[in-house]
Design a protein around this ligand. Structure first.
Ligand code: ADP
Length: 586
């Protein structure tokens, strides 16, 4: 390029020199012709004037011999005078400097001219001048003055100009070559450095030559290259840092392009699958084509994150996650994160097994506790009956106590069984909620009266019929009301309310008892949690009630009571159409 630049400079210079040379040559030749032509005119006119003087007398006396002698003598004595002739007032040629009767025919037209003319003849260029003899009375003298020397002088001057121009041009070209070399050397060096930098040689520097603008340019380039080096070093450090972080990750991380090539893999992924440079993700999975249900196109199409759990042939389990990103070349790609959860799952399974065992242990202890007491009673009653078999009345009473005990055990096992099977709720039917609440209240009335506890109801007028299991829900309400009565041993108040709110039926039972401390709020719903003595409490009432309510798609929660004690609220969605409750059981 810079070679071409130098050629351009030389070519432009040559064009300028040639143009300038041609122009100056033309100017010189024109000026010389004009100046020397005027000189010829002046000397020719003087000659003609002298000659006209000499001819006046011979012409007046018609002395042709003298006239001819004057004309030929003048031509012979003056080398620049090519010819001379006299034209009479009538236009005829009276005499001339040529031999007698040898007047050249091509000069005849000139005999009629009056002003000066430049004429080309075989002898070269000449100037034709006229001069009136005796103010034209005796005719006009015509002379031809040679201009050959003028041509020669002009040609000489032009050739001098040309030679000067050529010498100047040669010197100029040499100068230009030197200048071009001085300019192009640093520019070429700069270009080479830029080329090297462009090819990735970040150490490339341009030599600084001298202190001119090109040296400034080289310095600027070097500063720019240093900044690029700095930026590259910074981004390299950042890349290495991110890579170190990614390599420390427990998850295998790969970036897969839209064409399924692995763009990046962290150390965990490489440890799992081996080298991943220039392989496709299905090759990673030892396949020859993309896997069935390949998640990459789906993630790219929808732009959504996908999760899957995958159990590999090795028996290990991975939690996989695919996230769409913009890949290395600015094209959409997918990050695949594979976390080996095998150990975690095993630990969780062990933990769950241990928890199940603990729960089983707790439940067994609860059952043993719940069954042991009535069983003790039964044994004691039977022992007492056996002690005095002769007393039939006593035997009868003791057998009655023993039956009560076995009934209680049977009740406990029945409740336990239904709790374990989750069959608390039967198929739903439309139930009048106010009637259901009233029934529960009347079933609890006996015990309430004995404890001097008043039960009041707060039922929304025109409550709708709700699809539910009437028997299960009645048991729930009776249980809640009896618990509320139990909480008021020295008399008090229990309120049963039923309202509808936002497509939900809300039935609550609250009391004026001591309430339930916050720390026991969750425990009351756990099986076998009871604060009652063994004859009265099993700790199964609330857990069973909660399961029944949940089987209706609702919830049973403990809330603050206006009456000061506990308030249990059952919220059941108002079902628009009948459906089995079984499907909702957990
Ligand atoms: P149980 O009545 O056989 O004890 P529940 O599951 O019905 O079993 O009740 C568990 C425990 O919750 C009771 O022993 C009692 O301590 C507490 N509880 C239930 N209802 C109330 C209430 N209304 N006020 C205070 N405590 C209550």
């Amino acid at each position: 390029m810079f070679g071409r630049l130098r050629n351009k400079i030389i070519f432009s210079f040559c064009v300028l020199m040639v143009g300038g040379g041609a122009l100056s040559t033309t100017l010189v030749s024109r000026t010389m012709s004009r100046t020397l032509g005027a000189a010829v005119d002046r000397s020719g006119s003087t000659l003609a004037e002298v000659l006209a003087d000499q001819l006046t007398e011979p012409l007046a006396y018609r002395d042709r011999l003298t006239t001819h002698r004057v004309l030929t003598g003048a031509r012979e004595s003056n080398a620049d005078l090519v010819y001379a002739f006299v034209v009479g007032p009538d236009g005829t040629i009276i005499d001339h400097s040529f031999p007698v009767d040898r007047f050249p025919a091509d000069l005849l037209p000139l005999a009629r001219t009056t002003g000066p003319r430049t004429v080309q003849t075989e002898d070269g260029t000449l100037r034709h001048l006229t001069f009136p003899i005796a103010r034209g009375v005796l005719g006009t003298l015509h002379v031809g003055v040679s201009m050959t020397w003028v041509d020669a002088a002009t040609a000489d001057a032009v050739s001098n100009v040309l030679v000067t121009t050529l010498i100047a041009m040669g010197a100029g070209i040499l100068g230009i070559l030197l200048l071009a070399h001085l300019i192009t050397r640093p520019v070429l060096a700069l270009r080479d450095a830029a080329d090297r930098l462009g090819r990735g040689d970040i150490g490339a520097e341009a030599p600084v030559m001298g202190s001119d603008e090109l040296a400034d340019l080289a310095r600027t380039f070097n500063r720019m290259a240093a900044q690029i080096r700095e930026r590259i070093a910074e981004s390299e450090a950042l890349r290495a840092y991110v890579e170190r972080v990614l390599d420390q990750m427990e998850s295998g991380i790969m970036v897969v392009s839209g064409s399924r090539r692995v763009e990046y893999a962290n150390r965990t992924a490489v440890r799992r699958h081996g080298p991943l440079e220039d392989v496709s993700c299905f090759e990673v999975m030892a396949g020859e084509r993309p896997c069935d249900h390949c998640p990459v196109p789906e993630v790219l199409d929808t732009g959504q994150v996908l999760h899957r759990t995958y159990r590999a042939a090795s028996g290990r389990t991975y939690e996989l996650k695919w996230v769409p990103i913009i890949g290395r070349n600015g094209q959409p790609a997918v990050v695949e994160r594979a976390l080996d959860v095998t150990e975690r799952l095993e630990v969780r399974e062990r933990l769950e097994r241990a928890q199940r065992l603990a729960v089983a242990g707790e439940i067994s202890a609860g059952i043993v506790h719940a069954v042991n007491n009535p069983l003790d009673g039964v044994r004691r009653a039977l022992d007492l009956a056996a002690d005095r078999p002769e007393d039939p009345e006593r035997v009868q009473r003791m057998l009655g106590l023993a039956k009560e005990g076995t009934d209680r055990i049977a009740g406990i096992t029945r409740t336990l069984l239904s709790f374990a099977r989750g069959d608390e709720a039967q198929d739903p039917v439309p139930v009048a909620v106010d009637a259901l609440a009233e029934a529960a209240v009347s079933l609890s009335r006996l015990k309430a009266d004995a404890r001097q506890v008043t039960i009041e109801t707060d039922l929304e007028p025109d409550l709708p019929e709700v699809w539910m299991d009437p028997q299960g829900m009645e048991e729930v309400l009776v249980n809640l009301v009896l618990n509320a009565v139990d909480a008021c041993p020295d008399g008090g108040k229990v309120r049963v309310s039923a309202h509808t709110r936002d497509e939900t039926l809300e039935i609550s039972v609250q009391d004026s008892g001591p309430g339930i401390p916050v720390e026991a709020a969750q425990a009351v719903f756990e099986p076998f949690f009871t604060t009652k003595d063994t004859a009265h409490g099993t700790g199964l009432g609330l857990p069973v009630a909660r399961r029944v309510v949940e089987a209706h798609g609702g919830e049973l929660v403990l809330e603050e009571a206006e009456l000061g004690g506990a308030r249990f609220v059952a919220r059941i969605p108002l079902r628009p159409a009948p459906q089995s409750l079984e499907g909702t059981l957990g």
